[in-house]
Design a protein around this ligand. Structure first.
Ligand SMILES: *Cc1c(COP(=O)(O)O)cnc(C)c1O
Length: 384
């Protein structure tokens, strides 16, 4: 690790102090017996998996959660020591990897247990959490009968240890609580049907963690709000503490020119200068996750909002400058500049999607620069 290099004028700034604050703030409202799971799947929603995991642990998280076995292995290879749970389905034939790396897996089929035990010898037992489908309709056991079958299959085999049970809410980020309540009640019913209740029972995502203390049991899984983003717009007013966004996207002017009235800019020659104008070129494009649908979006330069000019290219984007500006002038696409701010939510609105998707879609071609105590503490170039 240490400082890596990158050779382009585009980077994402990850504010680890804000991530620390967001985690600590939830930790402060959780009862002492509730374990905080930091969800760092998809490279920590684009923020950097190991850096976010380490920051979350410093701030009080005791379990790390990812979606895939590969993500869990990557964290172990980067030196993570804390317990790691794979939230999604794993293949039974990969179970020995979980034993080797001490990775906790999610199970929800008796057949999986039967198959997986063929791939284990007398290693340390693999820790398992049973997933209950209480209404998300994705993965999980749906009935007490299925739950008991999986429980029994696990307990019959010394190569497995049943450590936890969990479910996932489909509507915890909506004002209307009806469906959430239905899911919670069904989950409680299934948890009560265990012969022996596992030590970790968890159900809440960010939205439920921030709104519904009765959903804690003894674990809370924090994803989107660890990154300072509200799970939805409609619950923003209910948040128990202000969230601090951790992701900024910045670039610099690599070319500046004055164009004449009638001059065109970009593919399709769709932008036409109305008068003498200053046009700037940015070294970022759709291959970085700055996708073509963002053509109507504004960016910040010299503390002012300016429009994108013409179509976004694969590697470059042109903007209309307010006046001549020097080469190397910083341009903010997401984040603060002067008194202006472009939030992840603003980009999500432009693209008619959710904030989750915006941070996840920034590609590994964009280097991540990690800020802690107002200093750069690490740089990761995803290409090397
Ligand atoms: C992604 C995920 C989470 C985190 O959800 P947020 O809304 O980002 O807090 C929690 N649990 C499961 C099962 C998930 O897949």
């Amino acid at each position: 690790m240490g400082i890596q290099h990158f050779y382009r004028d585009t980077w994402a700034e990850i504010n680890l102090d804000n991530i620390y604050y967001n985690v600590e703030s939830l930790k402060n409202i959780l009862p002492e017996n509730v374990a905080l799971f930091a969800v760092v799947k998809a490279n920590a929603y684009g923020h950097g998996d190991i850096q976010v995991a380490r920051t979350a642990v410093r701030a009080g998280a005791s379990y790390i959660a990812v979606a895939l076995m590969d993500e869990a292995v990557a964290l172990r290879q980067k030196g993570l020591q804390e317990p790691v749970l794979v939230l999604g389905a794993s293949r039974p034939e990969d179970v020995s990897l979980a034993a080797e790396y001490d990775i906790t897996l999610t199970v929800f089929q008796k057949e999986w247990i039967v198959k997986a035990k063929e791939y284990l010898n007398d290693s340390k037992p693999v820790k398992l959490h049973i997933k209950v489908d209480s209404g998300m309709g994705r993965i999980g056991v749906k009935t007490k009968q299925e739950l008991r079958e999986v429980e029994e299959a696990i307990r019959e085999n010394a190569c497995f240890y049943l450590e936890g049970v969990f479910t996932h809410f489909a509507t915890a980020d909506q004002v209307d609580r009806t469906y959430y309540k239905k899911q919670l009640a069904l989950f409680k019913e299934l948890v009560d049907s265990f012969e022996e209740r596992p030590e970790l029972v968890h159900s809440s995502n960010s939205a439920a963690s921030l709104r519904y203390p009765e959903s804690y049991f003894n674990g809370a899984r924090l994803g989107i709000s660890m990154y300072g983003l509200s799970p939805s717009k409609e619950i923003e007013v209910e948040l128990p503490y202000p969230l601090k966004e951790a992701f900024s996207l910045r670039t610099k002017l690599v070319h500046v020119k004055e164009v004449e009235p009638g001059d065109k800019v970009g593919y399709g020659a769709t932008y036409e200068a109305k008068a003498k104008e200053w046009i700037g070129t940015l070294p970022i494009g759709y291959a970085d996750g700055w996708i073509r649908k963002l053509s109507g979006q504004e960016v910040l330069v010299d503390g002012k909002r300016v429009p994108i000019a013409g179509r976004i290219c694969m590697d470059q984007t042109m903007i209309k400058l307010p006046y001549q500006l020097p080469l190397g002038t910083e341009v903010t696409l997401i984040g603060n500049q002067g008194d202006e701010f472009i939030s992840v939510n603003e980009i999500a609105e432009t693209l008619e999607t959710i904030n989750y998707e915006i941070v996840c879609m920034m590609s590994n071609r964009v280097p991540r620069v990690f800020i802690q105590d107002d200093k750069i503490v690490e740089v990761v170039n995803g290409l090397f």
